[in-house]
Write a protein that binds this ligand. Structure first.
Ligand code: URA
Length: 230
């Protein structure tokens, strides 16, 4: 966690007698350390468990799954983002969904962002197989009944020049496959799904498969939306 070595390499360093805790060499991997009071030294360098916080956004392409490891050897989002810090995605996107996927190692912010009570906005550009009827668009906005209950009020905008097949949908929840299920519940097939915004964060200027660090201002804005007092 201190960004010095992988877990395995850290074990080797301990085995090899390179690590001291409070002045004594420790070689027992089960030694417990309390970061607030114990002094851990590697060679002549003090190791701090205070982790550097990172925040980034990936423009996720199709065919990548949101997991760290796939038993079936499919491509994962971690094939695209590599950082020294151990980061994790804030929620998930389906394999075939593209667009905004946030990553961080800040567990507090991530869980606050994902908590439904904070009503973080997520906007999706949805391409449907057939044009959406007015009455169905209104239903989506009011809420539709899914296996896991009625969806909360949402905002739907029909994109001009798309024969009513292209819509922008803004929701505040983040249930599993929610957008696809909302349209499927009314008999529509979703052909493409792209998340274009999460709590105001977009991937404007980032190519598909690319990523960028968030700016300080973006991080503060997310913290504010997530109800984190600084
Ligand atoms: N809703 C979906 O159906 N899929 C996603 O990937 C994200 C939201």
């Amino acid at each position: 966690m201190a960004g010095i070595a992988s877990r395995r390499k850290a074990e080797e360093l301990i085995h090899d007698g390179k690590v001291k805790v409070n002045g004594n060499v420790v070689t027992d991997l089960a030694t417990k350390v309390f970061p607030q009071k114990d002094r851990v030294v590697l060679g002549n360098k003090t190791v701090s468990a205070e982790e550097h916080r990172v925040y980034l956004v990936l423009n996720k392409p199709k065919d990548y799954i949101t997991t760290a490891y796939d038993e079936r050897g499919r491509k994962t989002v971690f094939d695209l983002v590599r950082t020294r810090e151990r980061i994790f995605p804030v929620g998930r996107l389906d394999r075939n969904t593209t667009g905004v996927l946030l990553f961080t190692n800040d567990g507090v912010l991530a869980s606050c962002l994902m908590h439904p009570s904070h009503r973080i906005t997520k906007t999706y550009r949805v391409t449907l197989e057939t044009g959406i009827e007015e009455k169905h668009a209104a239903k989506i906005e009011r809420g539709v009944y899914l296996d896991d209950g009625k969806t909360a009020a949402a905002r739907l905008e029909i994109l001009s020049g798309t024969k009513r097949r292209g819509v922008l949908l803004t929701i505040h929840e983040g249930r599993n496959r929610q957008v696809r299920r909302m349209f499927e519940s009314l008999g529509y097939e979703v052909k493409h799904l792209e998340r274009v915004e999460y709590g105001g964060i977009t991937v404007q200027g980032v190519k598909r498969g690319g990523w960028r660090f968030l700016t300080g201002r973006e991080v503060s804005s997310l913290q504010q939306q997530a109800g984190i007092e600084l």
